[in-house]
Design a protein around this ligand. Sequence first.
Ligand SMILES: Cc1cc2nc3c(=O)[nH]c(=O)nc-3n(C[C@H](O)[C@H](O)[C@H](O)COP(=O)(O)O)c2cc1C
Length: 215
Amino acid sequence: MGWWRYVGVFMMSMTGTGLAQETGAIRLPPPETEGGMLLMQALKARHSTREFGSKPLPPQVLSNLLWAASGVNRPDSGQRTAPSAHDWREIDVVVTTAEGAYRYDPPTHTLKRVVAGDIRHLTGVQDFVAKAPVNLVYVADLDRMSEASAEDKAFYSATDAGFMAQNVYLYCASAGLAVVVRGLVDRDALGAALGLGRHQRIILAQSVGYPAGAK
Ligand SMILES: Cc1cc2nc3c(=O)[nH]c(=O)nc-3n(C[C@H](O)[C@H](O)[C@H](O)COP(=O)(O)O)c2cc1C
């Protein structure tokens, strides 16, 4: 039974974010924003791993992970754990699991289903991506970047995604999770599977799970 059955599932209308077939919403548990490893210890522990166990991430861990990536940390303004050039907030985090692909919606801390079914193997060209329980995909919506030049859109969307990926690295170090950020992605194949439009660009992917051999 998929983990989403343990949390409230309710239907939402199309949200206009441009991701195809965005029909379902899954409420995540509130993120745990206290505790964790001391920052300097997390920086010491941060590293990339390319071997993952198959154990899924519990909803609480997924909630914490996504909040670290791009969650709202200042509810008054809706601003996020990661900085964003011009506060454009143009990067969507798409979560792919064995069950499907979901867009993380920071204001509601929910997942909106984009694709039903397992497309993890399409999130990268390395063998481990099909097995890693979660592959995050950082998708830039260039239409949110107002009148910026093409060069600036490319530069700022890449840096903004990088900040999110580093937040995820530090959360994973703190939580004892295995993680690697990845630029090697077949963007045409993954973009087609996610139903991305011309204004959307896949910047990075990031595999997350428990280390191989962990109980
Ligand atoms: C922008 C970027 C793209 C990367 N792309 C890949 C990738 O496609 N596949 C991969 O296995 N590692 C990828 N990495 C991870 C690097 O190989 C890794 O960070 C580097 O070897 C240093 O290791 P460390 O992260 O443990 O310090 C990428 C890292 C960055 C910053």
